[in-house]
Write a protein that binds this ligand. Structure first.
Ligand SMILES: C[S@@+](CC[C@H](N)C(=O)[O-])C[C@H]1O[C@@H](n2cnc3c(N)ncnc32)[C@H](O)[C@@H]1O
Length: 405
């Protein structure tokens, strides 16, 4: 897997004047696309069973075409995906063609251990100020898996722009074609605004990010039960080849504690974090740091500003760079004080490079090892970074960073 750069998304329909909310209360009776939109005709081979005609899709894909750009977006459903959970896409035919060759579709085994919520280490509880949340009922250790699920919906944002009412219709189709049990899971998700019931659930719960080279919204119903915290105790990865989204403890979590993730960049002062969450999500963050007394918030903000400054110095590899191993040590201390556990791996990576740049191979190797160990539960150590640390560990003297500062 790789760390997910996705952010949770609020307010999908951000161009408010374009947001028409047709009230589809009875999703069974969705109107068909009108003549302006080209509906893909199925091949006339009556002897072929419907589910084989469009394989791997279990329903005939339905498409709309943007009159201006001629771009096509279709609803594709595979009701058997991930042992019968099902999945619906609302995306371009080009992306759908790529998706079907992903291990997510070609190797069903990759979903053997996901979407299993028979004995989870958590329960859903209602929290004042922020609706439902997940609470640990067993002790979780750093690296323990908390939730791992597949999406029930993957929607390309551009698919909605050409014609909002049509977009809503196709979104409903994507929902309607899911198995009944999955539709029930879908509608159980929170919707924090009135309006179209399906779209609002997407708004409140979906991740937004690049998927197969285009912006998409990905809806993971169980992951969506976790609230945001500016000092979260869990972090997540998204594997674009299996579509699995997995969340792990980033520190020890005790029974009774709420399990939280971040929806935003937490290495920013409170005012910026609040603004980002209100802008993209439409809620005011009520986490303990955001609601701490002003003196605490000030201290935290000062640490964050220094963290940002140190990260800037340490990431600078220009000839004028002033990054030092001391700065890396200070950065690690500040991450610790600030409680940003998931950043530790990044800190050790900065430290490994800073030591090596100073010609201190012993310090470099120590921190490279720690960066690799931080591994999975770390927001900064991507696959490429890991390779980088491994090569530094093997031969620091021949690494590009040796003695460069
Ligand atoms: C993905 S859902 C999280 C689960 C949700 N609380 C529920 O009841 O299902 C996102 C919504 O939870 C609420 N929420 C999450 N984190 C919050 C926080 N730190 N402060 C206030 N509200 C929060 C907001 O209403 C937000 O729109």
């Amino acid at each position: 897997g790789q760390p997910l750069n996705y952010l949770f998304q609020g307010d999908f329909c951000s161009i408010s004047e374009k947001c028409i909310y047709p009230n589809f209360t009875n999703t069974e009776q969705l109107p068909e696309a009108n003549q302006q939109h080209i509906i893909q005709e199925p091949p006339k081979q009556e002897e072929i069973k419907p589910e084989l005609k469009y394989a791997p899709w279990t329903e005939e894909p339905q498409c709309i075409t943007d009159k201006e750009t001629k771009e096509e977006f279709c609803v594709y459903t595979n009701a058997n995906f991930a042992s019968g959970r099902g999945i619906s896409f609302f995306t371009s035919p080009k992306i759908a063609a790529k998706v079907v060759s992903l291990p997510a579709f070609t190797q069903p085994d990759v979903h053997k251990h996901v979407n299993n919520f028979t004995d989870p280490p958590w329960e859903v509880r209602n929290v004042a100020d922020r609706g439902n949340g997940l609470f640990a009922i067993r002790t979780l250790h750093r690296g323990d898996e908390i939730v791992s699920d597949t999406p029930v919906g993957v929607y390309q944002s551009d698919a909605f722009f050409p014609d909002w009412p049509q977009g809503y219709k196709y979104l409903h189709k994507a929902f309607q074609q899911l198995p009944k049990a999955t539709r029930e899971i879908f509608v159980k998700m929170a919707a924090h605004n009135p309006g179209d019931p399906i779209m609002e659930r997407v708004n409140t719960n979906a991740f937004a990010g690049e998927f197969e080279g285009a912006p998409h919204f990905l809806l993971y119903p169980e992951t969506a039960l976790m609230n945001h915290d500016c000092r979260p105790n869990a972090m997540y990865y998204h594997d674009p080849s299996t579509l699995v989204h997995a969340t792990y403890a980033s520190r020890t979590i005790h029974p009774g504690e709420e399990i939280t993730i971040t929806y935003a960049n937490i290495l920013e002062p409170r005012a910026q974090r609040q603004e980002a969450l209100t802008q993209t999500w439409g809620f005011e963050c009520k986490c303990s740091l955001c609601t701490a007394d002003p003196a605490e918030v000030r201290k935290s903000d000062n640490r964050i500003r220094r963290i940002q400054e140190l990260q800037g110095f340490l990431a600078d590899w220009s000839p004028d760079s002033i990054g030092t191993p001391n700065m890396a040590r200070e950065l690690l201390k500040l991450y610790e004080e600030e409680g940003v556990h998931a950043a530790l791996g990044t800190g050790h990576m900065f430290a490994a490079l800073a030591y090596n740049a100073d010609g201190d191979m012993k310090g470099a190797k120590k921190h490279a090892k720690l960066a690799i160990e931080a591994g999975m539960v770390n927001s900064g150590v991507k696959d490429g970074d890991r390779e980088e640390m491994e090569s530094l560990l093997r031969d620091p003297r021949h690494h590009w960073s040796y003695n460069v500062r």
